[in-house]
Design a protein around this ligand. Sequence first.
Ligand SMILES: Nc1nc2c(c(=O)[nH]1)N[C@H]1C(S)=C(S)[C@@H](COP(=O)(O)OP(=O)(O)OC[C@H]3O[C@@H](n4cnc5c(N)ncnc54)[C@H](O)[C@@H]3O)O[C@H]1N2
Ligand code: MOO
Length: 410
Amino acid sequence: MAATRKPLLPVDEALARLLHGAEPLGIETIALEHAHNRILATDLFAKRTQPPFAASAMDGYAVRALDAANVGTTLKVIGDVAAGYMFGGVVGAGECVRIFTGAPLPDGTDAILIQEDAEPAGDNHITVTETVTSGTYVRPAGLDFSDGDILLSQGRVLDAGALCLAASGNHASLPVYKKPRIGILATGDELLAPGSTLKPGQIIASNAYGVGAIASEYYAEVIDLGIARDDEKSLKNALQNAIDSQCDVLITLGGASVGEHDLVRSVFISAGMELDFWKIAMQPGKPLMFGKLGNMRILGLPGNPVSSLVCTHLFGVPLICALGGRSYNQVRQKAKLTGPIKANGNREQYARAMIKRTDSGFEASVFENQDSSIISFYANANGLVVRPIDAPAAIAGDDVEFIALTPIGR
Ligand SMILES: Nc1nc2c(c(=O)[nH]1)N[C@H]1C(S)=C(S)[C@@H](COP(=O)(O)OP(=O)(O)OC[C@H]3O[C@@H](n4cnc5c(N)ncnc54)[C@H](O)[C@@H]3O)O[C@H]1N2
Ligand code: MOO
């Protein structure tokens, strides 16, 4: 009788379990200059009105519109006012004030005659060469926003426009969601840091650099927890280190599968981790593990470099976003295959591919060798073609769905 294997957890169910209860970790107040691309944690209200007064939009003369209603009228210039100052007096009939962009309109005036439309008429006088109406080149008080207006909504990414608006609303600091602290732990007796001299059997630990880069792109605080050996003591020490470092999420790399040296799951369970799931229907990424130890979430990624990176995209990023209050949507687009691909098996496949934008849409060239150890293919891929479980073989011209890994050009 054929042995029956336990069915693997579908990718979407695994993701739902991972994100269950994942809420923003807290709020901190930070200086505006450090807030770029952080997420605003509350609605933000204006603490002032902008502009706070009716202001000139041009360099010229502040006039009473009725006085400048006819070409050829001569007006007396009784003073001047620049941005940052107030004109003390009141402008009467037949009078005007020299004014500069951004300056408050003097009392009595209601329009700006731009200097191109005025001619000097000697002895502090000008002649009107174009007429104005009330409000010409005047920015009314509160044109941009008024004191108490809502400037930005909770959840807003603090991009260039948002930062400029917050500053103008007189906020020197902003409440933002805390960055999730993501500890990254490589595991494996064979691993040494880049730059090391390798003995036979050893390789370089590379995954943490890619995983850390992806986590940083989503504004996680990345904590390098080094390399643990494949033994209980080393793994338990590393786990304690993650706890002491107040990691919100511990990402482990490797040691997730079924061999005698794949100890992460069993050691962590013996140290108190509550296992949520292990093994999912995904290629690459089958031995993915998720559990919790106290408040710390533990995401165990398979050690094959491409598995580590693809799982970070698919699981690490949504988790980091949920904990950091950042909205996240996985965007899938359609592309036409440039060549044939084989039928898929019993795991949803995220196939490394080169995606090209053409006049008629996207084209996907899927790498023939999808071995999850091949970093160079991942480094040259800009998309993951998503192949459902048991998808039949496909040929050039067939439609597939893909997830972009980087912005896609031509
Ligand atoms: N009998 C079975 N064997 C395996 C299965 C299975 O279902 N049955 N699953 C395979 C799959 S799929 C994967 S993926 C791998 C993942 O295994 P582990 O998570 O236990 O990973 P390791 O064995 O520790 O490492 C795999 C591979 O990657 C290298 N590695 C590990 N960490 C790093 C790192 N930080 N930087 C660079 N390279 C790393 C490691 O040396 C190995 O070559 O298991 C299959 N086996
Ligand atoms: O599922 Mo493993 O991550 O393919 O190589």
